[in-house]
Design a binder for this molecule. Sequence first.
Ligand SMILES: Nc1nc2c(ncn2[C@@H]2O[C@H](COP(=O)(O)OP(=O)(O)OP(=O)(O)O)[C@@H](O)[C@H]2O)c(=O)[nH]1
Ligand SMILES: [Mg+2]
Length: 392
Amino acid sequence: MKRKVLLMGQSGCGKTSMRSLIFSSYRAADTRRLGSTLDVEHSHVRFLGNLVLNLWDCGGQQSYMDSYLDKQRSQVFSTVGVLIYVFDLVAAAEGGEEGQTEWERDLRYYKDCVSALYQYSPDAQVFCLLHKMDLIDATRRAGVYSSRVKELRRKSREVAQAAGGKGEGFRVNCFATSIWDESLYRAWSRIVQTQIPALGVLERHLQLLADTCSASEVVVFERTTFLVIAKALGSSCKESSSSPQRLTGFHYDEEEEGMEGFRDTQRSSLTSNSSGFFNPSDSHFSFTSSTTTTKPSAQSTTLDPERFEKVSELIKNFKLSCQKLPAKTAQCEFQAVELRTPTFSAYIDSLTSNTYIMILVTDPSIHLASVKLNVQLARDHFERLQAINLRS
Ligand SMILES: Nc1nc2c(ncn2[C@@H]2O[C@H](COP(=O)(O)OP(=O)(O)OP(=O)(O)O)[C@@H](O)[C@H]2O)c(=O)[nH]1
Ligand SMILES: [Mg+2]
């Protein structure tokens, strides 16, 4: 199963950087050495065995952009599964040529790309990454983000109306991102999740495993990228939470979806359990009392909405650090992690040939040995499940 993924945006916005971080062994600092991409760089990334992401990293210099939208239009925009349009938030604030700001030029190109996509791949998914968020002052992030998202959604509606459609056009999924933290993993995890068939089936089976292990949370990561593929809450935790807002303790507008990691409230929201993981046995924990954006209740422990992506980033960096060890050690593959803290235990191990699993247990009466045994017994089952789901 092949999926074409278009990575577009103006020159210097960070497309090749994010691709290199997620799919190659780059660290954020290594991206400073990258040169500008000439025309389109194609790469095939095998994901979960049979799913192949056909990445088109489209160089963003003006002459190339004009060519994609004109001479190469049908070639570039046909059979697209996903369009990822990257905006450089810092450049957008600056003035460009002919009195047009960079943001206006970005918007014009974005609109033209969406219009071409509407024509050649109307079933594609559209993701907008508002990138280099680390360079925006923390107090301005929410404002900048939500105003940009509003404009992008408006542009999509305009394209749909111009094409004679009655609907809203593409549903635009926006994320605030930076190569310097886990926000990039969150965005890319969501993007690849949309391309995995029968994800719901995998999540249902994970839920069963979570219950069998009496776990609080279970997460599956892809083996090489460590992107989050699927997750499930144990039943006891599920009953007490009915919405993502309740789970994270945040309420926010639609325009602010996707900027979780950059919310001002994040720092103050982490309480005693600073790992950010769910701890139902914590006497201060309350799903229901924590619902304000700016003032988390002293009575509540809110969860870091990016806790799993933090794990992705940590493990990926750990693996990169290991490569610096003497040759014999560096060649060893990362295998498993066991972590015990006063409030929870975590176990990470391989699940299938293409995935790792992380199981979080907060009940102190549950021994990790039994969790390990369950993972061992579940391996063949999940291997078969993955093969069935990705066969089509
Ligand atoms: N501060 C910051 N810098 C970034 C981020 N992402 C990328 N950069 C920097 O932006 C510069 C340009 O990145 P590239 O990935 O080459 O940009 P590109 O979009 O591929 O550009 P073209 O290939 O010319 O289209 C590099 O120096 C990166 O280090 C980010 O999130 N924050
Ligand atoms: Mg590039």
